[in-house]
Design a protein around this ligand. Structure first.
Ligand code: PXL
Length: 278
């Protein structure tokens, strides 16, 4: 038997969803399905099921930073992402830790910033005063940011009812400093049977168009997209190739989403995990 090789590694800096649909659980599942070893810096524990979030326990900021340092200095990662960060203090400490270990757009390790503000039930996952830290501490360090249209409104105050506004939002977000902006179009109801995500690098706009699937079960979809992009970056893909891969991955995950509990079910990794176990 040949000696097993170390696979590509990726880090998620994110909160836990006890229901297993979103958060770091979705991230790790996606990394595994993409054949990447997943590492975690846990930022918060949510008490959550398919119906909603009933409590949040934040992890002390110095423990979040220590997890990042422990992972990157020993295991090493090819890419990192953020999900739920909860507070200004955690965001500041994450930014400083990323600088120390070489995560960020001007550093060795590409950095995907998913500016998670609320769950799809509307439960807050970020203190209101922490939006400013996302803008000033994380966006300038990001290789790619992946806001949905609710997050666009919170971050730059723009409504996006149509494609023209989606282009304007990409420019406004790019001015905050990330290398690439991906303005997700899943919430753009003007597109009834397509989802058009828009990638912008400050010069070139690229529309990524794919099918829209009619399912209520899209819990963890944003986390899954950002994690699939991060996986491809960890494998050495360029940002445009990683984003195209991530979109394909999440389309199939949404197509195979399943019901769970009494509420909203998650997007699925199972289409990719073959053969089925006995
Ligand atoms: O999908 C965004 C998200 C991220 N992180 C955690 C979550 C959610 C949505 O519910 O619970 C922990």
């Amino acid at each position: 038997m040949s000696t097993p090789q170390t696979p590509p590694r990726a880090l998620t800096i994110a909160g836990s969803d006890s229901g297993g649909g979103a958060g770091l659980e979705a991230d790790l599942r996606t990394f595994t399905a993409c054949r990447v070893h997943g590492c975690v810096a846990v930022t918060a524990v949510t008490v959550q099921n398919s119906v909603g979030v009933t409590a949040v326990h934040e992890i002390p900021a110095d423990v979040v930073a220590a997890q990042i340092e422990a992972v990157v200095t020993d295991i090493g990662v090819g890419a990192a992402k953020t999900g739920m960060l909860a507070s200004t203090e955690i965001i500041r400490v994450v930014a400083a830790a990323c600088d120390r270990v070489g995560i960020g757009r001007t550093r060795a390790v590409p950095f995907v910033v998913d500016p998670v503000a609320a769950s799809m039930h509307g439960d807050p996952l970020l203190h209101d005063d922490a939006l400013e830290a996302i803008r000033t501490e994380l966006f300038p360090r990001a290789t790619v940011v992946t806001p949905n249209l609710d997050e666009v409104r919170l971050l730059v105050g723009l409504e996006v009812p149509d494609r023209t506004a989606q282009y304007g939002a990409a420019q406004a977000l790019h001015a905050l400093g990330p290398q690439y902006v991906l303005v997700k179009g899943g919430h753009l109801r003007a597109d009834t049977d397509r989802v058009v995500d828009l990638l912008y690098d400050g010069t070139t706009f690229t529309e990524l168009s794919g099918p829209r699937f009619d399912t209520p079960h899209t819990h963890g979809g944003g986390d899954t997209l950002a994690s699939a992009i991060t996986s491809a970056l960890a494998r050495g893909a360029s940002v445009p190739d990683a984003v195209a891969f991530g979109k394909r991955y999440v389309e199939l995950a949404v197509q195979h989403a399943y019901p769970l509990g009494a509420g909203v079910g998650p997007v699925s990794p199972f289409w990719r995990i073959r053969p089925d176990p006995v």
